[in-house]
Design a protein around this ligand. Structure first.
Ligand code: KG4
Ligand code: ZN
Length: 393
C-alpha cells in the first residue's frame, strides 16, 4: 500500500511517500515494513526565531506557500511525477476544491496548475495530521489533503501527531530508506516530550492510550527553550542548551548552581516545569551577565533537573504498571542525556525495552505521519476537521 503523508502542525512542512508491507495491522502483525520513496521537509524555524517561539499566522502563511512546491518535489523524488496532455479534473470538482481552499488562494492557484499538468499518481491513501498543534497551521495540511483526495478520489487517513511520535520511536531503521515497525511488548509506557507536550501515556492494548500524567504548566521543550532565551540563545534553544551541558560534563566543570527538581517526590505522574524557568531567570539575574563557563554550568544543571524528574516518574510508572516497553517520543527525545538516563533505567529491569526515534526523526517531519498511518492504514475518513487540542486517548 502506498501512502502520501502530510504534516503541518507546527513550524515544519513535511511530506513523505512510503510503501508499506501490510494493509491491516490489527491485531498487530509481528512487524510492518516501510520503504521510503520520498521524505521532504521545509523548516520555518529561522522565520520564527525573531518572535522567540512559533507565531501561528506566520506558520499558516508559510505552510500555504510551501506545501504545493514541496508536494511536487515529493512526487518527483518518488518518481511519481508524470505530465499530462489534457486536463483530467472535471470543472465541478475544481469548484469544490476552490471552496475548500478559499482561505489559501495562492495554494489553490498552484494546485489548479499542477492538477492540469500531471497524471493521477499511484497513491492508495493520503494521511494527514489532524492535530494536536496550531489550528491555523493544521488546516493548511488538512485542506490540501482533502483537495488532493477530491481531485483524485484517494481515501484520507486522519493521523494524530502524537501517534506519529510513537510510531517513529517504534520504527527501526534498516538502512536509509527502509524501516520496520515492531509491536512492543505490553503494557508499554509512552513518554512524549516536545515543545508543546510532556505526557506519560499507558498502552495496555495495542494502539489504545490512557493518559496517566502530564505537565501542569510548561512542557519540557518550553523549559529548555525559555531557559535558553534567558541565556541569550535564540529559539529553539533546546539543542544548544544540551550542547553547553555536554561541554560542562566534558570539561568536568564544578556544579556551583542548584535548580529545583519540581514534583520529584510527589506521588502523581505529573510534571511541572514553569518553576524551573523562573529559577533560571532568578539565577541569571543574580549573576548579571553570566560568563561562558557559567552558561555551561547552568545548562548542565537545567538538563540534570529535567532528566531526573523525567526518570523518576518513568521509574514509578514501570513499577506501578509492570511496564515491559518504554517508548520515548517528541522533539526533546533527541536529547542525548535524557536518552542515556532512560536507557540506564530500563537496563536496570530484567525485561523492559526502551524504544527511541533516531535523532533525525525525533523532531517533526512528514515521515512520522506516514509511519503512524502504516500502523492503521484502513482507518479512512471522508472529511477531516483539524483539531488543535486533539487528544491521543
Ligand atoms: O516535536 P517537536 O519537533 O515539535 C513540537 O511538537 O513541539 O519538538 C521541538 C522541541 C523544541 O522545544 C526543541 O528545543 C526541543 O524539541 N529539542 C531539544 C533537543 N532537540 C530538540 N531539547 C533538548 N535537547 C535536544 N537535543
Ligand atoms: Zn511534534
Amino acid at each position: 500500500m502506498r501512502i502520501l503523508a502530510i504534516e503541518t502542525s507546527c513550524d515544519e512542512t513535511g511530506i513523505a511517500i512510503v510503501d508499506t508491507s501490510t494493509t491491516d495491522v490489527n491485531p498487530p502483525a509481528e512487524e510492518v515494513s516501510v520503504t521510503v520513496l520520498a521524505d521532504e521537509l521545509l523548516s520555518q524555524v529561522q522565520q520564527h526565531a525573531q518572535y522567540g517561539g512559533v507565531y501561528p499566522s506566520l506558520a499558516k502563511r508559510e505552510h500555504a506557500k510551501n506545501i504545493g512546491p514541496l508536494f511536487t518535489q515529493a512526487l518527483k523524488s518518488a518518481d511519481l511525477y508524470a505530465t499530462l496532455d489534457a486536463p483530467e479534473i472535471p470543472q465541478d470538482t475544481l469548484a469544490e476544491i476552490k471552496v475548500l481552499l478559499q482561505r489559501e488562494p495562492e495554494l489553490f492557484e498552484y494546485l489548479t496548475i499542477l492538477l492540469a499538468t500531471i497524471q493521477k499518481p499511484a497513491i492508495d491513501a493520503i494521511a494527514v495530521t489532524q492535530g494536536p498543534g496550531l489550528e491555523p497551521a493544521l488546516w493548511v495540511g488538512v485542506n490540501f489533503a482533502q483537495a488532493l483526495s477530491k481531485a483524485w478520489g484517494i481515501p484520507l487517513i486522519a493521523v494524530n501527531h502524537l501517534e506519529g511520535h510513537v510510531a517513529t520511536a517504534l520504527a527501526q531503521s534498516l538502512d536509509e530508506n527502509t524501516f520496520t515497525i515492531h509491536a512492543p511488548r505490553l503494557p508499554a509506557l509512552i513518554l512524549l516530550i516536545s515543545g508543546g507536550h510532556t505526557e506519560l501515556i499507558l498502552m495496555r492494548n495495542w494502539l489504545h492510550y490512557e493518559k496517566i500524567g502530564s505537565t501542569r504548566d510548561d512542557a519540557v521543550g518550553e523549559a529548555f527553550d525559555k531557559s535558553a532565551r534567558l541565556l541569550g540563545i535564540p529559539y529553539p534553544g533546546g539543542p544548544e542548551v544540551s550542547k553547553l551541558a555536554r561541554q560542562a560534563r566534558e570539561h568536568n566543570l564544578e556544579q556551583p548552581f542548584s535548580l529545583p527538581r519540581p514534583m520529584l517526590h510527589d506521588d502523581s505522574f505529573d510534571f511541572s516545569y514553569s518553576g524551573l524557568k523562573t529559577a533560571v531567570r532568578t539565577l541569571v539575574q543574580s549573576l548579571g551577565t553570566p560568563t561562558d563557563e557559567q552558561k555551561m554550568q547552568i545548562a548542565r544543571e537545567l538538563e540534570d533537573a529535567i532528566t531526573e524528574t523525567l526518570v523518576a516518574k518513568v521509574a514509578r510508572a514501570i513499577d506501578v504498571h509492570g511496564i515491559q516497553s518504554v517508548i520515548l517520543g517528541g522533539g526533546v527525545s533527541a536529547n542525548t542525556e535524557i536518552k542515556r538516563a532512560l536507557a540506564a533505567l530500563t537496563a536496570s529491569y530484567a525485561d523492559c525495552t526502551l524504544y527511541v526515534s533516531t535523532p533525525k526523526l525525533a523532531t517533526d517531519n512528514g515521515l512520522m505521519i506516514a509511519l503512524a498511518a502504516a500502523l492503521s492504514p484502513t482507518t479512512t475518513s471522508d472529511t477531516i476537521i483539524a483539531s488543535g487540542n486533539l487528544p491521543l486517548y
